[in-house]
Design a protein around this ligand. Structure first.
Ligand code: GTP
Ligand code: SPV
Ligand code: MN
Length: 591
């Protein structure tokens, strides 16, 4: 198919503003990948790794001030501030275009502008969305090639239409003081300048597939979520698909690629991977909720990845992978904290500086990442590119909470489940610039990614539930509870399947539970611990809920909800009040 006319006109317009030396239209071919990779190596953007040990793998080092998403420089630029809500930074569209426009002026002088057509979702699917990213970063092009369906496939998909998201990106000066990530959802447009890092620069990911898509989803009756998608095959042969929303660096990739522990594998459990970061959800004609992964690759956290924690990821990233900000060993292979191998005697750290095990700093950046094709994952589901997606049995909301939140509990109803999502809070991680380990509210793990007012978003969740004859059951999970010694109580990773087993039991009307003031909590014996070294007392600590803690939590929830004023859906207010009543009832019983 010919290139859409709207794309040609827009490219000319942007070229006039940014004045690149050269314009390259990307076609997505293998020949193009080889040529661009060679160029990136020549320019020092990519360092080839040991091609015998790691075929097709390269290392990229970011600017040290550009290693995570910049949430404080990310704006939703809707005509009115209340459309963006207190969950977003807002700027008036005209002001945003002026501010960023001034930075884009001549920003590509002396550089090449790449035209990167890309699809979020499989080609030919009515649910897929097209985008065109104009960028002066060859690293962005090569990453987009892995993370999306990139190239001529897009023009075929569009069939001449101009229905694509305009994604404008320039590295600018890579100066945090001259950096903006601006979203104009009403215009289906994103402008990003001054950063080359993942979520700030690969505009198909968080910018299109979450912020813009969530805005469109509200208008069109679907949801764009920060969720993994996995399938669990039970010994009976049934398949249950599960989505999980966990904040950044809280375990989505690991859960999505879970390898069953020996005991469970022997019983006949099998886990399939469909997506590790983003899910688009729609009600199906059968009254169930269906999920599609719009991405084609994984942009995953490297540190902590090993054959012990995530063997499927280790296989996935053994070839054709771009590593960002990890350490380089003398033999041209990479290393990071938590790698299978012990610390190398000498290496170059993520900034290319000599490093030894005695160095005070970490060898790999805590937010170092791999970019790898999803198709390389050994557990990739045969259904992962199925245009209508897969039907969802359960939705998990998970986060990092050292205290207060038990390992697992189940919501009483869909409305209560939406409330569990709305009150999700987590200790911050290195995935966004800022302090690590600070507790913050992160509703549905979407605080940094919801393209409109969060109160309206909760309303949209509630309305969508009304359309579902068989809504997924909703659960809250927490792999990160710690004991007195500060160590994690739950072994996590593959052993999380034991928690999924209870979740599936509950979906099938089984699974022993006690009704607590929080929701349904499994009895100690309802979690399968066969072959696992977790004592009864540790299990009790994991499942314990403390009433005083929840009096405190209720107060924090009120303060948070106040920020949304009258827009807060009545049903969320009711859920909060009924939790308060249940907690105080529990307190009276306690006294
Ligand atoms: P984003 O890509 O930022 O959205 O992150 P993610 O949610 O996919 O998180 P990921 O699976 O990459 O995990 C982040 C960190 O949490 C890694 O360092 C993991 O080793 C660690 N982690 C993941 N699952 C578990 C678990 O079950 N228990 C413990 N203790 N740590 C875990
Ligand atoms: C996250 O931070 O949630 C990520 C990485 O998945 S990024 O693409 O930078 O958003
Ligand atoms: Mn993420």
């Amino acid at each position: 198919m010919p290139i859409s006319e709207g794309a040609k006109a827009w490219v000319a317009e942007v070229a006039a503003l940014t004045t690149p030396d050269k314009i390259v239209w990307c076609d997505g071919s293998e020949e193009e990948r080889v040529r661009l990779t060679e160029e990136a190596v020549k320019d020092g953007v990519l360092i080839p790794l040991n091609q015998d040990k790691m075929p097709g793998c390269y290392l990229h080092r970011s600017h040290p001030s550009d290693v995570a998403r910049s949430e404080h420089l990310t704006f939703i630029c809707t005509p009115r501030a209340d459309e963006a809500g207190s969950n977003n930074n807002w700027m008036a569209p005209a002001e945003a275009r002026d501010k960023a426009g001034a930075l884009f002026k001549n920003s590509m002088k002396g550089r090449t502008m790449y035209v990167v057509p890309f699809l979020m979702g499989p080609a030919g699917s009515a649910f897929s969305k097209a985008g065109v990213e104009l960028t002066d970063s060859i690293y962005v092009v090569l990453n987009m090639r892995i993370m999306t369906r990139m190239g001529n496939v897009v023009w075929d998909h569009l069939k001449g239409s101009n229905d694509f998201t305009k994604c404008l990106h320039s590295l600018g000066e890579l100066d945090p003081d001259k950096r903006y990530i601006m979203h104009f959802p009403q215009d289906n447009e994103v402008w990003s300048i001054g950063s080359g890092y993942g979520g700030n620069a690969l505009l198909g990911k968080k910018c299109l597939a979450l912020r813009v898509a969530s805005y469109l989803g509200r208008q069109q009756g679907w949801l764009a979520e920060h969720m993994l998608i996995l399938g669990v095959q039970t010994p009976k042969g049934d398949l249950h698909y599960i989505c999980g929303a966990f904040p950044s660096a809280c375990g989505k990739t690991n859960l999505a690629m879970l390898v069953p522990p020996k005991e469970q594998a022997a019983k006949g459990y099998k886990v399939w991977t469909l997506g590790d970061d983003i899910a688009w959800l729609r009600p199906g004609e059968d009254g169930r909720l269906w999920a599609v992964n719009p991405e084609a690759g994984f942009f995953g956290v490297v540190p902590g990845t090993s054959s012990k924690t995530n063997p499927n990821a280790m296989t996935t990233i053994a070839k054709n992978t771009i590593y960002t900000n990890v350490a380089l060993r003398p033999d041209g292979t990479v290393w990071w904290e938590g790698h299978d191998d012990p610390a190398p005697k000498e290496a170059l750290d993520w900034q290319g500086r000599p490093w030894t095990p005695d160095s005070p700093e970490r060898a790999a950046h805590p937010n170092s990442r791999f970019t790898a094709p999803a198709a390389q994952c050994p557990s990739i589901s045969p259904e992962w590119e199925n245009p209508p997606g897969v039907p969802i049995s359960a939705i998990l909301f998970g986060a990092r909470r050292q205290r207060v939140v038990p390992l697992i509990y189940q919501a009483l109803t869909w409305e209560h489940g939406v409330f569990l999502g709305a009150t999700l809070s987590s200790e911050t991680t290195a995935a966004a610039a800022g302090k690590v380990g600070v507790l913050r509210r992160d509703p549905m793990a979407m605080l940094p990614f919801c393209g409109y007012n969060m109160a309206d978003y909760w309303g949209h969740w509630l309305k969508l539930g009304d359309k579902l004859k068989s809504p997924p059951k909703i659960f809250r999970v927490n792999w990160f509870r710690t004991g007195e010694n500060g160590k994690f109580l739950w072994p996590g990773y593959g052993e999380n399947l034991r928690v999924l087993q209870w979740i599936i039991d509950r979906c099938e009307g089984l699974g022993e539970a006690e009704k607590s003031f929080l929701g349904y909590i499994p009895t100690r014996r309802a979690i399968d611990r066969s072959g696992l070294d977790v004592s009864d007392s540790v299990m009790d600590q994991l499942l314990h809920v403390d009433r005083i803690d929840w009096v405190d939590a209720l107060y924090g929830q009120s303060l948070f909800f106040e920020k949304f004023g009258d827009r807060l859906p009545e049903s969320i207010r009711e859920q909060h009040e009924s939790l308060a009543r249940r907690v105080s009832g529990a307190l009276q019983q306690f006294e």
